[in-house]
Design a protein around this ligand. Structure first.
Ligand SMILES: NC(=O)c1ccc[n+]([C@@H]2O[C@H](COP(=O)([O-])OP(=O)(O)OC[C@H]3O[C@@H](n4cnc5c(N)ncnc54)[C@H](OP(=O)(O)O)[C@@H]3O)[C@@H](O)[C@H]2O)c1
Length: 163
């Protein structure tokens, strides 16, 4: 089965990655790596160094702002493979998201800004709504890999998910 990866195991990301790990082989990475190891223990995910994240077909991020996502994307950039989806659940900024989408497109990676609503209780319960800022035809390939068992919803072109 295809792997997914989750970067940023904070209050939101930790339980979201847990839902993914129940359904798919899931690689996890976190700046404070002890959290990734704890996640591995709790959910059966696999804690990996950043470069191994590139093995995943769908890479999820949930970091404080688009700036941190950009930094992580730059560190991962040499390893990224064409055909990968990058689903960014960060509540980011539309303009920065568009820049990041362009940067990743040069590598053949499809970036989706996909902020979530529902809070930490929704992340734990698996009831978040994911607001994807991209036309459906661009993200249907990663549709089965939702970070919430509930639903995805689409909000138009890139950058619209964050508005
Ligand atoms: N909390 C909510 O109720 C809620 C609801 C909806 C949307 N959101 C949005 O979801 C996103 C994440 O929120 P959160 O509440 O999960 O935040 P959080 O608990 O503060 O977690 C932040 C995560 O980002 C990582 N991080 C921070 N700076 C980093 C850097 N420079 N490089 C790499 N990783 C870095 C942290 O790693 P460490 O473990 O190493 O610190 C942690 O995994 C935000 O955009 C927020 O606006 C939050």
């Amino acid at each position: 089965m295809e792997k997914v990866a989750f970067l940023g195991l904070g209050a939101m990301g930790y339980p979201m990655a847990g839902h993914l790990a129940r359904r798919f082989p899931t690689l996890v990475w976190n700046r404070t790596f002890a959290k990734a190891l704890r996640h591995q223990e709790e959910f059966g995910s696999e804690a990996v160094p950043l470069e191994r994240v590139a093995e995943a077909r769908v890479v999820f991020t949930c970091l404080p702002t688009t700036r941190e996502v950009y930094e992580v994307a730059e560190a991962l950039y040499p390893y990224l493979r064409e055909g990968t989806y990058w689903v960014d659940a960060t509540s980011g900024e539309p303009e920065a998201s568009r820049r990041l989408a362009e940067r990743l497109r040069e590598k053949g990676v499809t970036y989706l800004d996909a902020p979530v609503s529902g809070g930490t209780s929704g992340a734990e319960a698996g009831t978040l709504t994911v607001m994807v800022g991209a036309p459906r035809r661009r993200w249907s390939g990663c549709g089965p890999f939702s970070p919430t068992p509930r639903r995805w919803s689409t909000w138009g072109p890139w950058g619209r998910g964050t508005r």
